[in-house]
Design a protein around this ligand. Structure first.
Ligand SMILES: [Zn+2]
Length: 304
């Protein structure tokens, strides 16, 4: 049973928005591309797991803070006799291991993903113990990209290579899944402690003035140029209702500019002219957000 689904992190949404609306420096572009790639890898893993029909409890993308240690887990699967912790990587190309260090074939050192997994495992174990759960944890580092190769890797590691994913799925399909209210209680503990917003560590410099205004297509990421009375139409064939597109733009605006007030005029300008009528913007804001303040100080906030 899927108890928590995955969605794009605020970090990814912010970088994606900036990437589309301004020119980022090379370092920020590669950071953004890593975020997109990582997310695509997680979605690919979700696709594999969704083929399983047995009834375990599945939580994706859980962020916890245990004793001031923030840790994020890509997927957690709670079975009858153990909790499976998955760290998912979408690395592409050739890598090698030397001692505890990982390198690309061009000798650039990368963060050791096994250490990351061990850290999460240790923090998760302490979290579960504190909440009275004694189930053992089985950690897995899953590489989903078929073009990934790792040289000189030690044999006894929790690594799952792309060629081993089908076997992993067969193992999961045969695991005992008789979960009880104790398993559900543990899942609930994880859900209630999950942090829905993660601190964005590093933000590129940007300002409202330099960002391109408009609404981009959520399929091909080009800016909409055409609109009918009720829909935005992209050249890629995607259409989106004006209401959905405006709401999406407001969320994006709030993420980029948490200190700015959301008003009809501001959002009308933010949409870059593709929404022709201010009345439409006002109607959508009024129905999807809460009005706060009076007359000239009136602005919209998230509904509580
Ligand atoms: Zn499009």
């Amino acid at each position: 049973m899927l108890l928590k689904s995955r969605k794009e992190s605020e970090n990814l949404l912010l970088y994606r928005s900036l990437f589309l609306r301004m020119s980022l420096c090379e370092k920020d572009v590669s950071h953004y591309q890593r975020l997109e790639k990582g997310y695509a890898g997680e979605l690919l893993f979700d696709q594999y797991v969704s083929s399983l029909t047995n009834e375990f409890l599945l939580l994706n993308d859980v962020l916890l803070d245990f004793g001031n240690n923030l840790f994020q887990m890509d997927s957690l699967a709670i079975f009858q006799e153990s909790v499976l912790l998955f760290e998912i990587k979408n690395f592409e190309g050739d890598f090698y291991v030397k001692g505890d260090r990982w390198y690309t074939l061009s000798d650039k050192e990368i963060k050791n993903p096994l250490e990351q997994l061990q850290r999460s495992e240790s923090l998760l174990r302490r979290f579960l113990q504190e909440h009275g759960c004694m189930l053992p944890i089985e950690p897995f580092l899953v590489f989903v990209n078929p073009e990934f190769t790792l040289y000189q890797a030690p044999m006894k590691t929790p690594i799952i290579y792309p060629t081993q994913i089908q076997r992993l799925l067969r193992t999961l399909a045969n695991k005992p899944t008789k979960t009880t209210h104790l398993h559900e209680k543990m899942a609930n503990k994880l859900l209630t402690h999950h942090l829905s917003t993660s601190p964005i560590i590093r933000k590129p410099d940007y300002s409202y003035e330099i960002l391109q205004k408009g609404i981009y297509c959520s399929h091909c990421y080009t800016f909409f140029k055409e609109a009918t009375e009720t829909r935005l139409v992209c050249s890629c064939g995607t259409t989106e209702s004006i209401d959905d597109a405006i709401v999406r733009s407001v969320y994006e605006f709030m993420l980029l500019f948490p200190d700015r007030l959301v008003t009809t005029n501001v959002i009308y300008e933010w949409c870059g002219g593709v929404v022709k009528s201010k009345k439409t913007v006002r109607r959508v804001l009024s129905s999807h957000f809460a009005l706060k303040g009076h007359s000239r100080k009136a602005h919209f906030v998230l509904k509580s």
